[in-house]
Design a binder for this molecule. Sequence first.
Ligand code: FAD
Length: 509
Amino acid sequence: MKKEDFDVVIIGAGMGGLITGAILAKRSRMKVLVVEKESKIGGRVMSFGGPHGDFSKEEYTKLLGGASGCWVVDADPGIDKIIEDGLFRNHIVDCGWHGMSAGDRCRYAVMARSLGNKRLHVSPQVGFLYYRDGGWIELKDLARGWSKGSHNERSRIAFERQLMGMEEAKEFYDVDVREFLKSKTDDPLVQEYYETMAKFQFGINDLTRISAGEWIMCNNMTSQTGRDLSTGGGMGDVSGGFKMVANVFAEILLENGGEIRTSNQVKEVIIKDHQVKSVVVENEKGESEQIEVKRLVSSIPLNRIFPLIPEEHFPDEMVKTIKNIYPMPGLLGHIKLKGKIEHEWDKAMFVLNELPGIELRGGRPVYGFEQTSVIDPSRILRDDDGVYLQSWVGVSASDPDEVHDLPLMKELWKKMMDFMRQHYPDFDNMVEWAFCVAAGALYGINPGPGMVGDHRPAVKNPLINNMFFTGDTVTQFDVGSSGAAHGAVHCANAVSGQDHLVLLPSYMR
Ligand SMILES: Cc1cc2nc3c(=O)[nH]c(=O)nc-3n(C[C@H](O)[C@H](O)[C@H](O)COP(=O)(O)OP(=O)(O)OC[C@H]3O[C@@H](n4cnc5c(N)ncnc54)[C@H](O)[C@@H]3O)c2cc1C
């Protein structure tokens, strides 16, 4: 075994691994090594083009599939042609649509500033549009024509929710959103209003899977930042591609004596007497080395941990919780248009509650899109008037096989495009190219059947003294990447025994 003197070895250079590593290197003065199996850092957050580099089809599909488990479902013209014609030379494209909750005041931006005095620019969406009766309306306009009583009910619920602190919200962890709303009001209009918002925020059509406690916490966090989800201001796109977030935390880690080794896969974790002793790492040439471990942090999504760290090393209760993790699948569309299709609401996010013409096993899917390059002009590198648009649709999380049904996914993509054609009669003439990718796991966690609330696994393995976990599948609240940042702080606390949550304002902890 090569003698190397790291205080912490971290598996994976995704958001969880990089943030945990940056905190431990900077605030706990630990010597950190991050080993990443892919050739680039970022994990499920991967951007292509511009500063992130040009890619061949082979490199693109490999990286797309790497941590994100995404694959191209359909492309017009073919994906080879789209890439040959300069997809990555002329655009910055993420592996999927990465909206950022709490916009420019998100956890990432706060921590980048407090940890490394660095700025992350997040271009805000300024509208949240909802499809109703053949057109887009603002969420608040769903309430148009309501009686005064219903309006008052809507305000009362919002007010009561905002008065709730974290502890009170946690009491509703195991109550689903529908039950919660029913217990608060008899008004069906008000119930539908908030249900609509919850479905979109969590990307789940089935309300019995959404924890009221988490819904309350996420909404209160966003409003405390001074942003408002119902008008779109609670979301945003990271300028230059979402991977800029990974770059910033990698910089902080490196500036504080850390090291990142890409194209290095951890093949084996050697555990003896309830202690991780070392890891066996293989590089791209197939050469192996054994690295001594004092503390191990894994950022591998916990639902994929057992091939590397077998079940026998976890307590039964933790195994059960891990097996109940349902990663959320989805379909992401990338569409290049000759110009804007939406002029009135150019910086908005457009959401349709139920995409017509297709029934998935979890019901009709939620569909959303945004004109990304209008919101964040850095995404189009060449000075032309084209517009890059991203779309998204959720696939039933309780049935992970469904996303692998290629004919069904092609049909779903067609329905997404059909909707655009129907709503925008000139759509076909506007499209220069379009392709869609399927993702087996967008967000790391989704409650399993009959399971709502924070049933996420802990950041420490109670059976192994020096084994910790980070990322979006561990204890935290929020959807997706913001949750990964939160999990990373919890993990850094457990590793160092210090309180790093002070990096975040109280409403984000
Ligand atoms: C297409 C798509 C769209 C998304 N959209 C959004 C969105 O709009 N908003 C949002 O908030 N979130 C979104 N997400 C979710 C967000 O990207 C994730 O929540 C976040 O990136 C998870 O980070 P992580 O560090 O927990 O995990 P990961 O990014 O999965 O990191 C794990 C890392 O470990 C590495 N690894 C695994 N095994 C090994 C090994 N044996 N050895 C070495 N390295 C290993 C992997 O390669 C990876 O880099 C989206 C995700 C996808 C895929």
